[in-house]
Design a protein around this ligand. Structure first.
Ligand SMILES: *[C@@H]1O[C@H](CO)[C@@H](O)[C@H](O)[C@H]1NC(C)=O
Ligand SMILES: *[C@@H]1O[C@H](CO)[C@@H](O)[C@H](O)[C@H]1NC(C)=O
Ligand SMILES: *[C@@H]1O[C@H](CO)[C@@H](O)[C@H](O)[C@H]1NC(C)=O
Ligand SMILES: *[C@@H]1O[C@H](CO)[C@@H](O)[C@H](O)[C@H]1NC(C)=O
Ligand SMILES: *[C@@H]1O[C@H](CO)[C@@H](O)[C@H](O)[C@H]1NC(C)=O
Ligand SMILES: *[C@@H]1O[C@H](CO)[C@@H](O)[C@H](O)[C@H]1NC(C)=O
Ligand SMILES: *[C@@H]1O[C@H](CO)[C@@H](O)[C@H](O)[C@H]1NC(C)=O
Ligand SMILES: *[C@@H]1O[C@H](CO)[C@@H](O)[C@H](O)[C@H]1NC(C)=O
Ligand SMILES: *[C@@H]1O[C@H](CO)[C@@H](O)[C@H](O)[C@H]1NC(C)=O
Length: 512
């Protein structure tokens, strides 16, 4: 590892920067530049051809500097002042303490200079100033370490004096990148970083931020305890020193970053707790409200359901339901019982009493085709309002008819008493009425005499049964072709009797 030598911050005395010229007019040639920055440029000097007396008097005014700098001819010598006065030959011209170019001159040396050679001469071998200045000296010295004195002009022991100078150094002649590839010889140790100097080869090491010490020594860079050196935390906060850094924290109940330079530590405002309370209250209230809405909705539905059940119960009672139940329970053991249908069951069976399901309508009410949940096809008859005076009779007849089991009589399956109008449920007979068979010429029904006679005989058998064989004689009172239904084999089924009489006895009287 070697040292790359380089001089910096040094001042070289003896390089002429103030140009002395014999007395001429102290102004530029007409039409020529008079100044370069702060420096006046009198003829015979000039900044372009024709403005100076010759190429040696050319002043290169470089405007890329601010203020512009003047350079002598094509050299790198910067011109600081141009004087038209005589060359000094009397000690009284020399100014004590000022290295202005008379008796003493100075210049800075360029950055990165690695070697130097000085050459200076005296135009007349000091002959004109020999009385007070027999010798000239040139030397390099640290900037500011030497102050010129007129007595130095005549001091023959000047070369015995010593002045300090600064030697710049770096490690090796590689860049950081190159040096890092050779870990064995890499000079920067833990917690340090490599730096390329601004000029010249080699590299330097520097402790990382938050560390101090010698970066070229192993564990040379030590952590700085910022908590002690900087005291960066607010007095009420706590400082924690960390490797290469620190952090500040505030005590419980305080907020802020704890830094003196930052937000410090201030008590948490009560508003925070209050706003949490408000938010919690808001959430609580909204949840409560939600439950309330659901609860009310649920309660409403329950009440509606109850009301509906109550209405149904009321209708059931009004329509003689209790009487019906009494009769059915006392009828235990017998096979056929009139079934009690719920209003819902029949609503589903008839598809909400859909118009498409209407089988027929007459003086006694509408008849709908329906299908029960167990698959039975039924005819549901919606009668006219029951006269309350005949309720007992109505129920009684439902009961009796449900027990009639004759192949030529339409079977009553049951009823529904929960509705405004009692509903009767019969077995479904597919082939329409006898009236239809007789009168509708277009239909392709078999109308042979055999069939007609059989139908007549079957009807007669049914009436005979009702009149003589049933436990209680039943009088139909309304035998007509539209009340005789035909099944799939064109067998007669007497329908629409008895009950119709009970439902509206006055009307049946009219048609009897
Ligand atoms: C002026 O100075 C800059 C920087 O030193 C240099 O690059 C440039 O060539 C100079 N211009 C002239 C005209 O000398
Ligand atoms: C140049 O020198 C003259 C005379 O010595 C002085 O008056 C003037 O201020 C100097 N100019 C600069 C820019 O130093
Ligand atoms: C030097 O200057 C002083 C004052 O200006 C004068 O008295 C003296 O004679 C001069 N010396 C010479 C050798 O010219
Ligand atoms: C300059 O200063 C030195 C010492 O400080 C002194 O001996 C000398 O006489 C001074 N010269 C002038 C011209 O004032
Ligand atoms: C300059 O002066 C010195 C001593 O006074 C003398 O030895 C030398 O020859 C002179 N040089 C010239 C060029 O006159
Ligand atoms: C760098 O330094 C080494 C030894 O110090 C030397 O051998 C080598 O020639 C140098 N390289 C350059 C480019 O200066
Ligand atoms: C605080 O700020 C001042 C000025 O901005 C700065 O000088 C000081 O170093 C900072 N202190 C800390 C601990 O950051
Ligand atoms: C501050 O540093 C200490 C010690 O490393 C650590 O325990 C703590 O969590 C840090 N606090 C913060 C706010 O980073
Ligand atoms: C600590 O922080 C509080 C709140 O920001 C501030 O009022 C107080 O002046 C701070 N103390 C110091 C020493 O910075």
């Amino acid at each position: 590892m070697g040292f790359g030598g380089m001089f910096k911050k040094l001042t070289v005395f003896a390089v002429m920067v103030t140009i002395m010229a014999t007395s001429v007019a102290a102004q530029p040639k007409p039409g020529c530049q008079s100044h370069c920055g702060n420096i006046g440029i009198p003829y015979p000097f000039g900044t372009r051809k024709g403005c100076n007396i010759g190429s040696d008097f050319f002043i290169n005014c470089n405007t890329s500097f601010n203020p512009p700098k003047a350079f002598l001819s094509d050299t790198e010598i910067e011109v600081l002042n141009i004087s038209l006065d005589d060359v000094c030959n009397n000690v009284s011209d020399v100014i004590n303490g000022s290295c202005s170019g008379i008796g003493c001159c100075q210049t800075a040396i360029p950055r990165g200079l690695q070697a130097y050679f000085f050459d200076f001469s005296s135009s007349r071998n000091h002959s004109s100033v020999l009385t007070f200045n027999p010798c000239s000296y040139v030397f390099i010295v640290e900037d500011g370490a030497y102050t010129f004195s007129t007595s130095d002009l005549s001091n023959l022991d000047f070369n015995k004096r010593e002045y300090p100078l600064i030697l710049d150094w770096t490690i090796g002649n590689q860049t950081c990148e190159e040096a890092k590839m050779d870990p064995k010889n890499y000079a920067c140790k833990q917690n340090s970083a490599c730096m390329d100097p601004e000029s010249g080869p080699g590299y330097l090491c520097k402790c990382n931020h938050g560390f101090q010490g010698n970066p070229y020594l192993s564990i040379g860079c030590q952590d700085i305890n910022e908590c002690e050196t900087l005291k960066p935390c607010n007095e009420s906060g706590t400082c924690h020193n960390t490797l290469g850094s620190y952090n500040c924290s505030c005590p419980e109940g305080f907020k802020g970053d704890g830094q003196k330079n930052g937000t410090g530590c201030s008590p948490k405002p009560r508003r925070d707790n209050f706003s949490i309370l408000v938010v919690a209250l808001g959430i609580g209230l909204s949840i409560g409200l939600l439950f309330l809405i659901f609860g009310v909705g649920w309660l409403y539905r329950i009440l509606q359901k109850r009301k509906y059940i109550k209405i149904k119960q009321k209708l059931f009672e009004r329509n003689g339901g209790l009487l019906f139940q009494k009769k059915t329970s006392s009828n235990e053991g017998r096979l056929d019982k009139a079934e009690l249908f719920s209003s819902k069951e029949l609503e589903i069976a008839t598809d909400q009493y859909n118009e498409n399901r209407i089988l027929g309508c007459g003086g006694q009410g509408m008849v709908y085709k329906g299908m029960l949940s167990d698959g039975r096809i039924v005819a549901v008859k919606k009668s006219k309002t029951v006269n309350e005076g005949y309720l007992e009779q109505f129920i009684n007849e439902i009961f009796i008819l449900s027990q009639i089991d004759h192949r030529n009589i339409v079977k009553l399956l049951g009823c529904c008493l929960e509705t405004e109008v009692p509903l009767l449920v019969y077995e479904f007979i597919p082939n329409g009425t006898l009236s239809h068979l007789i009168h509708d010429e277009n239909e392709e029904y078999p109308r042979s005499w055999d069939i007609r006679l059989r139908i007549a005989a079957e009807v007669a058998s049914a009436i005979s049964y009702l009149h003589s064989s049933a436990s209680i004689p039943i009088y139909h009172r309304d035998i007509k072709s539209s009340n005789i239904l035909l099944d799939e084999k064109f067998r007669a089924k007497v329908s629409d009797f008895g009950t119709s009489r009970s439902i509206s006895i006055d009307q049946t009287h009219l048609t009897t």
